[in-house]
Design a binder for this molecule. Sequence first.
Ligand code: PLP
Length: 229
Amino acid sequence: MVAENYREVEARVAAACKRSGRKREDVTLIAVSKTKPVEMIRELMAIGVKDFGENKPQELKTKTEEITEPLRWHLIGNLQTNKVKYVVGRACLIHSVSSLHLAEALQKEAAKKDLVCRVLVEVNIAGEETKSGVSPEEAAGLARQIAALPNLEVCGLMAIAPPVESPEENRGYFRSMRLLKEKIASMGLDRVSMDELSMGMTGDFEVAIEEGATLVRVGTAIFGSRAAR
Ligand SMILES: *Cc1c(COP(=O)(O)O)cnc(C)c1O
């Protein structure tokens, strides 16, 4: 069931890549497994899926303790400084860094564990009150500040687009994100790479791919709907 859903999403990812003249391998499909049981994750592991997304640090920790096979776990949700210990060394990429304060806490933990922590700068692309993320104007500045922290590596940008009726409504936001990524890349900031652009969810991942996403985060279309929590 979950494997079948994944295959359907995978076909849609491939089709969106083809439509937009992009290589399939340039886009990573992250299966967002938050709230879902380990058994469902194992069903996907059985067909070779390696990239999973979680939004709660504690849940990421518990799941990585239960599943010890090498996978790529992505932290995609809000992170508080007192929880960094749960994710540094477990997440291959932290998508949701939107303050220097958090980056400094990550730096401290990564230094303690003697490893490099890869992060994205989260941008509040639609300027929504309820969402975290820096404004587009602040993104380059934060990337530069994070780059000064030796155990962190800035790999690109992340955005959560607004919930919309039609995915086309978010095309402009996705395009703005790609332009922002290109603009920051062109600044040539020391130790700042803009290789990754994390955007697109169940409702709009195809449009996000057409506009340049390198990481799409898909939960509902793969695992089914989630209970509110
Ligand atoms: C839950 C979540 C997703 C996946 O959302 P779906 O609409 O279920 O695909 C993607 N990104 C973030 C940050 C999330 O919290």
